[in-house]
Ligand binder design. Structure first.
Ligand code: PRX
Length: 642
């Protein structure tokens, strides 16, 4: 495939094409869609808008995303590598799959699913670490038309159970155990615990287990099956190729759960055609993909970045992707640079938190590695602060690689605001310009458009784009309420941003009660509910505070019931509870026991004040006259955690 022919090549081309993309989106996206493999072309390009919220792209079209990621590439990429697997331990042999081999594996896996009763529309939960079988499992679901919901392998059993119940999962795929750095993750046993927590014991019929390590697991008879045994059966049956199930453009491809401002995570639904086209087109243009491009996305498949820019977009663009199982610091903080040198990586996706963490080791771990292959360093998930930008630019990109800071969300499916590597200007701390078809707008608290430059506002999007979230699984009302009620007729992202004189956007952080810790999105209500479920706790408020490496840390203010005074013990209980209910990554960094929380007369907790205290910004606490009992603030400040 030659994707270069639909890539923009200059800033002026971006400017003229951008205008066309927003003025005549149907014409624009139709031309892009022509490059893909369809069983039947679409009847219309975009239907529905932000008023009726029945959004449909390429309606009437029929296709399968795996044919576009695999079969379509066979004539040109049959023997080219699609996936390099770099295991956690340096001594473990690496693996690689050509496009043909990956297609073969996906077909065998799809047969296994089918033989075990999985069919189009079924929901399949994937709880796996960063191994090729995780990607193969996703693609096999897509091939058969099952809807995957990948749960990040850091989530707890309780979180898995909640997700399984919410979308009615009937089939689970897991590896017996995973390895990350020095740590073993006993994933199968976590799934066992999760399934015990699911109230409908008939819901999950089968658990397919991938043997990744030598660790033994308990297999529940009638329910649990080994992948290698099932594949052997498929081969014995003489089956190999699996014809892709023909999907409607708007059939669901996957559900990805994400945190919002309420306690329950919501199931973000993406559909086949629009997602695929947008993922591919952003990738090819922003990363300026050329023949033989090697791409390394260090994000986990359990998050949207892994879905879009580790699995679907790179494969659909015929690049060679690197999948790395371990952590950036194992066995040493040189690991990522060793991988870049080994595979001659051209584009690298890094979270700012990883950059800041690696910065603490200085430049020594980098010095002996040749990073000259790197052309694009892409930062995703949090604001990339200036010192991190400088460090990457000077030491990783050696002043020649493009630093691309891309803003987007689980709900947007693909990158929304970003520079295009080496094509459009890149500016420190700015995500810069909107992608084709994206019309950002900044609104003030009253919904009026902010026209001046450098004024903060709510980042909203004015018109539909192909990969926009279609609904929240089985809760369309919540979808309408979350994204379209604060400012009717606009998609509300929940972020605060500003725009400079040149029209470049700078993302400043969340406006709502969502925390962004190491690039992980965590709802404060979700955390508060969990902490409040500890026996000793009356109530709690959770806010974020600035943390040098993680970007944001979690600060919990907790009011205890009378006579609960064993603070150390209660503190441990709270931390254990959060790890058990959500996952270890959501543990509070600071817990302060307080006599009360500052509240308005209507009983609303004044988080604004707590956030100022957590950030040591006590002089700027502001107006406190509306608080019922202002003395609690003095108490909180007096006993603040350093
Ligand atoms: O607050 C923004 C932040 O991450 C949020 C989306 O999180 P999630 O759905 O988990 O997706 C993360 C990967 C796309 C956004 O609402 N965010 C994402 N990218 C950036 C960012 N904040 C600043 N700069 C970015 N480049």
């Amino acid at each position: 495939m030659n994707f270069e022919r639909y890539q923009i090549k200059s800033y002026s081309e971006y400017l003229s094409k951008y205008k066309k993309s927003i003025n005549t989106p149907d014409v624009f996206w139709e031309a892009v869609a022509e490059h893909f493999l369809w069983h039947k072309k679409w009847d219309s390009v975009c239907l529905g808008d932000f008023k009726n919220l029945d959004i449909r792209w390429f309606e009437g079209g029929q296709l399968n995303i795996t044919e576009n990621c695999l079969d379509r590439l066979i004539p040109t990429h049959k023997n080219k590598v699609a996936l390099y697997f770099e295991p956690n331990n340096v001594e473990t042999p690496t693996r690689q799959y050509t496009y043909q081999e990956l297609l073969d594996e996906v077909c065998l896996f799809a047969h296994v699913l089918k033989n075990n009763g999985v069919k189009k529309g079924d929901r399949v939960c994937i709880y796996m670490s960063m191994i090729p079988e995780g990607i193969i499992a996703m693609l096999a679901c897509a091939r058969i038309g099952a809807i995957h919901t990948v749960v990040f392998a850091g989530f707890s059993a309780q979180s898995i159970a909640t997700r399984i119940e919410d979308c009615g999962v009937s089939f689970v795929i897991v590896n017996n155990a995973g390895i990350r750095g020095e740590k073993k993750l006993y994933l199968k046993s976590i799934v066992d615990t999760a399934l015990n927590l699911v109230s409908d014991k008939q819901l999950v019929r089968k658990v397919l287990v991938v043997k990744h390590t030598e660790d033994a697991v308990d297999m529940v008879s009638e329910r649990d099956i080994w992948l290698h045994e099932e594949i052997a059966k498929v081969k014995d049956m003489g089956l190999s190729f699996f014809p892709a199930v023909v999907m409607e453009a708007e059939d669901m491809l996957f559900i990805m759960y994400t945190s919002g401002s309420t306690a329950k995570p919501k199931g973000v639904v993406h559909t086949v055609a629009g997602y695929m086209i947008y993922a591919n087109y952003t990738f090819v243009n922003i990363y300026q993909i050329k023949e033989g491009h090697v791409h390394f996305c260090s994000a986990d498949i359990g998050w949207i970045t892994g879905h879009t820019y580790l699995v679907y977009a790179p494969l659909s663009a015929g690049v060679q992707s690197v999948l790395y199982e371990g952590t950036p610091t194992y066995p040493s903080p040189s690991r990522l640079w060793q991988i870049v040198e080994k595979y001659k990586v051209k584009s690298l996706i890094l979270a700012p938190t990883t950059i800041r963490m690696l910065m603490t080791y200085g430049t020594k771990p980098i010095e002996q590695y040749d990073l000259s292959s790197l052309k694009v360093i892409n930062s995703i998930g949090e604001p990339l602060n200036e010192s991190a930008w400088d460090w990457v630019h000077n030491h990783i990109g050696n002043k020649h690689a493009a630093i691309v800071d891309s803003w987007w969300q689980t709900e947007t499916g693909g990158i929304m605001i970003s520079s295009f590597a080496g094509i459009t200007p890149s500016q420190k701390s700015y995500s810069t310009l909107p992608f084709f078809g994206i019309v950002p707008i900044l609104l003030n608290d009253f919904g009026a458009k902010i026209r001046e430059s450098n004024v903060k506002g709510h980042l909203c999007i004015k018109q539909s784009w192909p990969a926009i979230v279609r609904t929240n699984y089985s809760d369309h009302d919540r979808f309408k309420e979350t994204y379209f009620s604060k400012f009717p007729n606009y998609y509300y992202a929940g972020d605060v941003a500003m725009k400079d004189k040149k029209g470049f956007y700078r993302i400043l952080g969340r406006a709502d009660e969502v925390l962004n810790v190491s690039g992980h999105r965590i709802g404060s209500a979700e955390l508060e509910n969990t902490i409040a479920s500890c026996e000793a706790v009356i109530e709690t408020a959770v806010v974020s505070f600035h943390e040098d490496i993680k970007g944001e840390g979690i600060y919990a203010f907790v009011v205890l019931k009378p006579n609960y005074k064993d603070y150390l013990e209660i503190r441990n209980q709270i931390i254990d509870k959060v790890a058990q209910v959500i996952g270890s990554f959501a543990k509070p960094d600071k817990i302060q026991f307080v006599v009360g929380l500052p509240k308005t007369r209507s009983g609303k907790i004044m988080r604004r004040i707590l956030k100022k205290i957590a950030n040591n910004d006590i002089e700027n606490i502001g107006e406190t006259s509306t608080i019922i009992d202002a003395s609690v603030i003095d108490d909180i400040i007096r006993n603040k955690q350093s």
